[in-house]
Unconditional design. Structure first.
Ligand code: FES
Ligand code: FES
Lengths: 213, 1157
């Protein structure tokens, strides 16, 4: 597994690469039949769930980040990993729910908020909701409005909770809620993966899709 | 996804734009037929074999979502298409995973069978791939295709630009100078040639073949004063888009989209239409169309009521969905509604300008727009919980056990367990015929398949058994004869889940129906053939009073009115799944997501003909059950075990959503006939029900449904209450218990009767409800011992409380006012009570204390997400704290609940019926009492020696003194008190859009009696979750089958459970703490199922709003609205509601205006 610092090595590499939660992955040839979801789950990242396989439930939501040549900006998007062909995210950075936080190193505020506000029952939809919310926060420079939050979650299904507690849990991240800033600031620094990711973003050349041209 | 007609949101403050798919186009040449771009034409040259879905009905092409969420970057034209194969990939600079140096001119011709061009690949969401490509070419990084170029007069959108990017770009534009879709042009690449076509030309061309690529769409800006259209200062441009779909925000197919563009001129004697473009899409035709007849009719004419009337009549005829499209009349009526909405606000009745015409671009529907449209849920929910602290930590809103690892993705579900070495994957082949002989199964991709398991693989001495209930077995696989659609025929086993799924999906089954009787597909046919499952007499509920006597007392009667209720699919997020691992000595370890591991153990043992002690079924957590993983998980576990047994290798399956929906089925559909007698004041004196329950092919637990139903039907004092139930055996997939099985239907039936009586008497329906409330005496008469003590009958308190807390009277007044002032929106409100009796079942428990003082607990109940483990932990901590040593307040953290294991804890039973949490708690309490008794005297001794005793110290001493630190129990509820009634009530307010049939749930207030809640946070979650599931049943989830009974609403695209945008805009829940209940587990009551029944309030409120609409309609017709009783179907989807409001209400309205003037 390559480290993010290893730029020289990247330069020469002819391999297709992909970053998953800050870890460099080399994609071998012949995986065109795989979806991103299958790849993630096969490599042990089972936090991302399969609920429908047809883009209709959001259980497989992950965030991809890449450097957009047109806008010259880093772009963060929530995508349904069950539809994305693996190679379509080549050169990008995929963040899964495992990349946000965990029990050992601490939960990410988005995770913690959902857990502590009873936003999960069976928990099967939970990672998807978390990633939708996380991607919204990442792609917005300012805290999102409540409408944006609601809209960003409209493609996620939950059969257990009736949604109210999920929305409640995420309300703390809305513009109208000052708690947001406090929480994010106080927690972000403890998170190893997030730090890695921050580094990654500071150095967007690493996720430049044209890098290997 | 190609071929969509994606309209941008009218909500959320986005400017109203259309994407290039459906722009209405102005053209210099007026009579040239223009239509909307149908990208399907471009992208789907000819369906490759096996991809027949590609050409499926028009509805599929309208996959909507204002912002597609599929992969987040749905391209404008999702280029899911293929080229020819004779090109070296490396030549292209477009190698499937290198986006290096992508150049448009390098795009080759391909063979669609080898390659797929993708730009996000969202198309596979709808158009399922059954064949997999080895290479994909990603077009998103070809600069020519992926940019938006703006020049002064136009905007060019590359074909792979995503909808969300376009919206952003247009938001920036936001200068009102831009009208989209006006004179749009399309650029196509054919070989090396670029071709620029107008939309019209483009659409007239035959479908493009694989040599063409759509490159971009060019949209010119349009300024009324600059472009030559509008020299006249009084000329205005109007532009508007419309969309009607089951979900305002979430993914859903639209019923109809429309975009209108008009140039009008405000002359001296009225408003004249200079030009107009009317475009309609996604209503069940191959591609979107322009209503040119209507356009031609309107052009040059002065706007008047009459003109609109004539135009909508023409339009209705012009919008005719193709055969086989669902709700065709509804879709045409939507077109009429939208045109009316577009034109009507411009004129007043005299043909004068009503209001100054709006500036373009339009701002959405004018007639039905909310004044305060966007109230988000986020700021509008209230929860009130009354908890008690006397049993700490029981009663605290403790965070659900495992919530943190669920949120971090670390929680392990069955499919997350790493595959053991050599593990194979299975998939079901199911029948698509209701009754037929299976002659032969042919696999298309034999090479990828390891084995195919059928009933013939069942070992000698074993039974062909997949489900076992007290009422009889259900076979695992059909023998020669399949008895319903969705019945398992075989289980294909392959190296990967995908291989197995594809093999099962593409398998061809040869059926033969020769000489067979026709299948029984309706309950009527079942009655004709006396095809019933027997209801054991001890389960047949008892009737109350004498029907004839009650009828004799009545002043009015309603005879034999029919209601039909459909099925509902469980839709747990985790589909059925199992991992079976053969172990030494003929043993089998089975990890299953199941609500009844013990049952699966029995079935597997019987099927494999091995003793039960050889079968270990392990269930840690279940990703949602709702009854669907009680019985219906058994065949899945058994099939895996059988395959593993046969192949001597681990076998797992994760059933795909479609197969799960088709095989697992759901709630019982039924047909009800009621006859009711009542007094003039609304008091019902007699009710008789004839109920035919469609149970499907096997008994499952269906014979118990009547019992469940009567428990909830008796919520009112009907005087004499009699019934006749038939549990029909039909050639449908077997229905099983889904959350509140029978109860939700029963509760609804009772309300339907009340509504009918009120309507007949023209009485306020609330008064009729109250008139028929039980006194405690009548409750006792109807429910016997189950009624409990008078103080436990809390419904009257709840009812009054809710009246106040929901501000009911005031809101009724406001609604009346609203309905008077609004023609096209009507509100309704309804308050309903619910009663549901539940029953405790015997449950085992085991509590052990380890050396360090940590505690491990096993219970019969399964953690389904309902918080069972959390309550069990709280109970353990509370009960052990009775030892009264130091630090017992921290005990909660020391308790761990173990996964269910059928060999570690026997008699685990079934987790269902709302009461397993409390029963498991009680079992644990019995264990803890034993342990406490063993520890207390020791504690006293130690205390004497050391002064104070911590929990850890006590346990160390206990170990030294060889105290048995493990206790197990089997809680058997006392028959006199095992049943009890739960109470709750809800008020719901809805608003119905009379133009589209859309129902918005504005607010719901719930009060629910949890006794002394064991964990109010968990119970709150149960109440809200159940309620929303009920909304699905009553409002959104259409369980559509074909003539053979095969479920056709078999995906997330076609089966619509509630989403964030279809739940109540405001949801207030109050958990009532009704104090001490001596026979209950720490005075607590159940919360898992009864709140689902409360969702009938939404349905009743919708009925009230529709009633207003119909009264108005009748007044337009000059008819008397009195006694215009109508049944509102379940689910009350948009077409259902609109149909009742009048599919032609627009015409009637216009007529009434015309006749007035
Ligand atoms: S699994 Fe449902 S959207 Fe991907
Ligand atoms: S918590 Fe079970 S589906 Fe959302």
């Amino acid at each position: 597994m390559g480290s993010l610092k290893n730029e020289g090595e990247l330069e020469e590499s002819k391999d297709a690469i992909l970053y998953v939660n800050g870890v460099r992955k080399v994609l071998s040839d012949g995986l065109a039949h795989l979806t991103l979801l299958e790849y993630l789950r096969d490599s042990g990242l089972t936090g991302t769930k399969l609920g429908c396989g047809e883009g209709g439930c959001g259980a497989c939501t992950v965030m991809v980040s890449y450097f957009d040549q047109n806008s010259k900006k880093c772009v963060h998007q929530a995508i349904n990993a069950c539809l994305a062909p693996l190679y379509s995210v080549e050169g990008m950075h995929v963040i899964t729910v495992e990349g946000l936080g965990n029990q050992k190193f601490g939960l990410h505020p988005v995770q913690e908020s959902l857990a502590s506000r009873h936003g999960s029952q069976c928990g099967f939809c939970t990672p998807g909701f978390i990633m939708s919310m996380y991607a919204l926060l990442r792609s917005n420079k300012t805290p999102p409005t409540e409408e944006q939050i609601e809209e960003s979650l409209a493609g996620n299904l939950c059969r257990c909770t009736g949604y109210r507690p999920i929305l409640d849990a995420f309300q703390v991240f809305a513009k109208s809620n000052i708690y947001y800033t406090q929480m994010v600031l106080s927690r972000y620094k403890n998170l190893k993966t997030v730090n890695l990711f921050a580094l990654q973003l500071a150095n967007p050349v690493l996720v430049d899709p044209t890098r290997n041209c | 996804m190609s071929g969509d007609h994606l309209w941008c949101s009218k909500r959320a403050g986005l400017p109203t734009v259309t994407n290039s798919d459906d722009p209405p186009a102005f053209d210099d040449n007026n009579d040239r037929r223009s239509a909307l771009v149908n990208s399907d034409k471009i992208h789907r040259p000819e369906p490759a074999s096996g991809l027949s879905k590609l050409t499926a009905s028009e509805a599929e092409k309208s996959i909507s979502g204002n912002l597609c969420r599929c992969t987040g970057y749905r391209p404008i034209a999702d280029v899911c298409k293929s080229f020819a194969a004779d090109v070296d990939m490396e030549d292209l600079g477009l190698n499937s995973f290198w986006k290096k140096d992508a150049k448009l001119h390098k795009l080759p011709f391909y063979d669609p069978k080898q390659l797929k061009l993708v730009a996000g690949n969202t198309g596979t969401g709808y158009y399922k791939e059954t064949e997999y490509y080895n290479r994909y070419i990603d077009l998103r990084f070809i600069p020519d295709l992926s940019t938006i170029r703006k020049t002064g007069s136009q905007i060019e959108i590359g074909a792979t630009v995503s909808i969300s990017e376009l919206i952003l770009a247009l938001e920036e534009e936001n200068n009102n100078d831009l009208i989209l879709g006006v004179r749009s042009k399309v650029t196509i690449l054919t070989g090396v040639k670029k071709e620029i076509l107008t939309l019209e030309e483009f659409l007239e061309k035959p479908a493009l073949d694989s040599r063409h690529v759509l490159l971009s769409v060019v949209i010119p800006s349009l300024k009324p004063t600059e472009n030559g259209y509008s020299e006249h200062i009084k000329t205005k441009l109007l532009f508007e888009t419309y969309r009607a779909s089951p979900r305002p925000l979430g993914n859903a197919l639209a019923y109809l989209n429309a975009a209108f563009l008009a140039e009008i001129c405000n002359g001296d004697d009225g408003v004249v239409i200079n030009r107009i473009r009317l475009a309609f899409g996604s209503f069940g035709v191959k591609h979107a169309i322009r209503a040119s007849k209507v356009e031609n009719y309107l052009v040059g004419k002065k706007l008047s009521v009459n003109l609109i009337y004539e135009a909508v009549k023409l339009l209705r005829a012009a919008i005719s969905p193709e055969n086989g499209t669902s709700h065709p009349a509804y879709r045409s009526s939507l077109a009429v509604s939208f045109l009316f909405d577009f034109l009507f606000p411009i004129v007043d009745v005299d043909g004068r300008l009503h209001t100054p015409p709006c500036d373009y671009p339009g701002t959405g529907s004018r007639l039905t727009n909310d004044d305060c449209e966007r109230m988000t849920l986020l700021s509008s929910a209230k929860q009130l919980i009354e908890s008690s602290h006397e049993n700490y930590p029981v009663g605290e809103p403790v965070i659900k056990s495992g919530a943190a690892i669920q949120a971090s993705g670390e929680a392990i579900y069955v499919d997350d367990i790493p595959s053991p070495l050599g593990c194979l994957h299975g998939a079901f082949i199911y029948s698509t015929k209701p009754l037929a002989r299976v002659k032969n199964i042919k696999l298309k991709c034999e090479n990828d398949v390891n084995s195919i398991v059928t009933f013939q693989d069942i070992p000698k001495g074993g039974d062909n058994i997949g489900i076992k209930t007290g009422f009889g077995p259900e076979p695992l696989f059909c023998n020669e004869l399949t008895q319903c659609t969705g019945q398992a025929i075989a289980f294909v086993v392959a190296e990967t889940q995908k291989d197995a799924d594809v093999a099962a999906d593409t398998a061809i089954v040869d059926y033969d129906v020769e000489g067979l009787e026709p299948p029984i597909l309706t309950v009527e046919q079942a009655v004709e053939k006396s095809s019933f499952f027997e209801v054991p007499s001890f389960l047949y509920p008892s009737q109350v009073g004498e029907f004839s006597k009650g009828m004799a007392e009545s002043d009015h009667q309603i005879y034999s009115v029919e209601i039909r209720l459909p099925s509902q699919y469980y839709f747990y997020m985790e589909t059925q799944t199992t991992l079976a691992i053969p172990d030494e000595d003929n043993c089998m370890v089975v990890y299953s997501s199941i609500q009844a591991p013990e049952y699966a153990q029995g079935v597997i043992a019987r099927c494999l003909n091995i003793p039960e002690h050889n079968v270990r079924v392990i269930t840690r957590r279940v990703g949602g059950g709702f009854g669907g993983k009680a019985m219906k998980a058994m065949p899945v576990a058994t099939a895996c075990a059988l395959a593993a047994y046969k192949l001597r290798r681990p076998v797992r399956t994760y059933v795909n959503r479609k197969t799960d929906m088709i095989m697992t089925a759901g709630r019982h559909p039924m047909k009800i006939n009621y006859t009711v007698g009542f007094k003039s004041n609304g008091k019902i004196t007699a009710l008789h029900l004839d109920i035919l329950i469609n149970a499907g092919m096997s008994p499952d637990v269906s014979p118990i449904i009547p019992w469940h139903m009567v428990g909830s039907l008796k919520k009112y004092n009907f005087g004499a209450f009699t019934f006749d139930f038939k549990v029909c055996k039909t050639n449908h997939s077997s229905k099983s218990a889904m959350r509140a099985p029978g109860e939700v239907q029963a509760s609804f039936i009772a309300e339907a009767v009340i509504e009918h009586v009120a309507s007949r008497l023209s009485l306020d329906v609330g008064l009729v409800r109250e008139m028929n409330f039980h006194s405690f005496d009548s409750l006792k008469l109807f429910y016997g011992n189950t009624a409990g003590e008078p103080s436990e009958y809390t419904l009257p308190i709840i009812w009054d409380k809710l009246m106040k807390s929901s501000n009911f009277e005031y809101r009724v007044e406001m609604i009346n006012k609203f309905n008077k002032n609004n023609i096209w929106r009507k509100k309704g409100i309804s308050r309903i009570p619910i009663l549901q009796d539940v029953s405790l079942r015997p449950t085992p428990g085991k509590v052990s204390i380890l050396n360090d003082g940590s505690v491990v607990v096993e219970v019969g109940g399964i953690e389904l997400g309902q918080g069972l483990w959390t309550k069990v932990k709280q109970m353990t901590a509370y009960c052990l704290s009775a030892v009264q040593c130091d630090g017992v307040r921290g005990l909660l953290e020391k308790v761990r609940v173990l996964q269910a294991d059928t060999l570690s804890m026997v008699q685990g039973g079934l987790t269902a019926g709302s009461t397993t949490s409390e029963a498991s708690c009680e079992a644990v309490r019995l264990c803890c009492d034993v342990l406490v008794a063993r520890l207390v005297s020791l504690k006293e001794k130690v205390k004497e020696q050391t002064g104070s005793v911590s929990w850890e110290l006590l346990i160390r001493h206990a170990n030294m003194h060889s105290v048995n630190l493990s206790a197990s129990s089997f809680f058997v509820p006392e028959s006199a008190s095992m049943r009890y009634i739960n109470y709750g009530a809800a008020v719901s307010e809805v608003e119905v859009n009379l133009l589209t049939g859309e129902t918005k749930i504005l607010q719901t207030d719930i009060i629910y009696d949890c006794g002394q809640s064991l964990n109010p946070a968990v119970d709150l979650g149960q109440i809200e979750g159940a309620f929303v599931q009920g909304i699905g049943f009553f409002m959104t989830e259409e369980y559509l089958t074909n003539a053979d009974g095969l479920l056709v609403a078999d995906s997330t695209w076609t089966y619509k459970i509630p989403t964030i945008d279809t739940i109540p805009k405001q949801l207030n829940v109050q958990i009532l703490n009704s104090g001490h209940h001596k026979n209950r587990v720490l005075s607590s009551k159940a919360s898992g199922e009864p709140p689902l029944l409360l969702a009938a309030s939404v349905h009743c409120a919708t009925r009230a709003a529709i009633k207003e609409a119909r009264n108005q309609l009748f007044s337009w017709n000059g008819l008397d609205a009195l006694d215009s009783f109508f049944q509102l179907d379940v689910p009350a989807t948009m077409p259902v509601v609109k149909t009742l409001c009048g599919l032609d209400n627009v015409e009637f309205y216009l007529q009434s205006l015309l006749s007035r003037s």
